[in-house]
Design a binder for this molecule. Sequence first.
Ligand SMILES: [Zn+2]
Length: 483
Amino acid sequence: MKKITLLFVFLMTTAIFLAQEQPFYATMDATDAIELQKELPDDIQIIATKQNQSAVFISEEAAHTLHRNVLTHGPGYVFKASKEKALQAIEPKVPKTERRVLDFTINQDAAVAEALDLVEAQNIEDQILELQAYGTRYHTKPQAEQSVLDLKDKWEAMAQAANRDDVSVRIVNHVNTGMPSAVMTIEGAENPDEFVIIGGHIDSTAPGSGNNTAPGADDDASGISTITEVARVLFETDFVPNRTVEFMAFAAEEIGLVGSAEIAEEYSNNNVNVIAYVQFDMTNFPGSANDVYITTDSYNSNDLNAYLIELMEYYNGASSEHEITYGTTACNYGCSDHFSWADNGYEAAFPFEASFSESNPSIHTSGDTYDVTGDAFKAAKFAKLGLEFVIETAKSNTLSVSEISGLDFDFIVANKILNYKIKNSTDRLEKMAVIDVSGKQVLTATDLGQQGTISLESLSQGFYVAVFTTDANKKLTKKFIVN
Ligand SMILES: [Zn+2]
């Protein structure tokens, strides 16, 4: 018994040592690697570069310098446990199996409306304060592990209070950090093999304090509190998903996405069909004009990004009491845990609190405390978006909009021509607005009747949302891509 314990402690210590004290393998953006080599030639060795990604061997100092240089978010690199894994990671991805790509739809109006009214900013505030009270959640500190164990208890208590025997919470131990992650699962009632996941990281960092004072209120107690509020509301409304829904709180994001990388890789190795992954990392600092910023880095899913915009257009418009405004921004290489999912071939998105240049300047310092924001109104908007995403992608057994409205609608975009047709109904389309990713209306048309075509010649390449309004004031939204 004792031997096993000692061996365990030895293995854990070695793992932490590898990830922290010594030079280690990683992947990063090739341009960042070259810049870093100019600045610290003795601290980074570029082993190979493919498709603008480099496999590197770097010192901890180089890793910190990169962290400062990228000036965006996250570590800017992805930790790899060996040279072989680093080299393997920059190879072009070949999907192991054909994964089903979801046809994202919106038709859960009643369930979403009920859920949005129940979101409470106060709950988010309370949990951010609870998490910052650990003092630090840096992955090697005992408080980090304690925060994960306590979160497991909190999630279990929520599920128990709601009498949910379809909910389970588990701790996931890792190879490359001693800190565990926590995962809560609501088993899908009809398609349990299809997964919808939201997550964030529960660890924090503040190198300036030796990681002894790292409250991490915005980065990322805000994200963990946001997903907890999503779960709480789902339980309060007795939401039973058709697909399996998971909530994840990852270990050791700040040292190279360690926790999420291990979990996403395991899911991929087991051919788990993750329909969509959405990351909540920093949801509460109002640094920019809009509420939500969709990150458009190349590894993110265009379809999923367009879908998040479609959800906000549909449920959170200017006339709604749940208004959410949005824009777009770019993150960087491996800037948060969604990268781990994208890297394993899954559809991933990362809605963020601000444009990156205007995001919370206190993160990664001892000053990342709740009083920087002072309320949780912004995070509450993210919880609403999270609820819309989960309810619509995991679906419950409520009627769809088309069934409610009786509208059967054909919508096809090809060669910059939009074709539309209402079938089996006397409803007519009064107007249509096309909205781009920055939320700007770029095209309008009126008096469209029941069928016709609209030229999209004026639109540049990108993704858009078309919002149709019928004479009975019903709304139909459709996303499309112009190539
Ligand atoms: Zn973060």
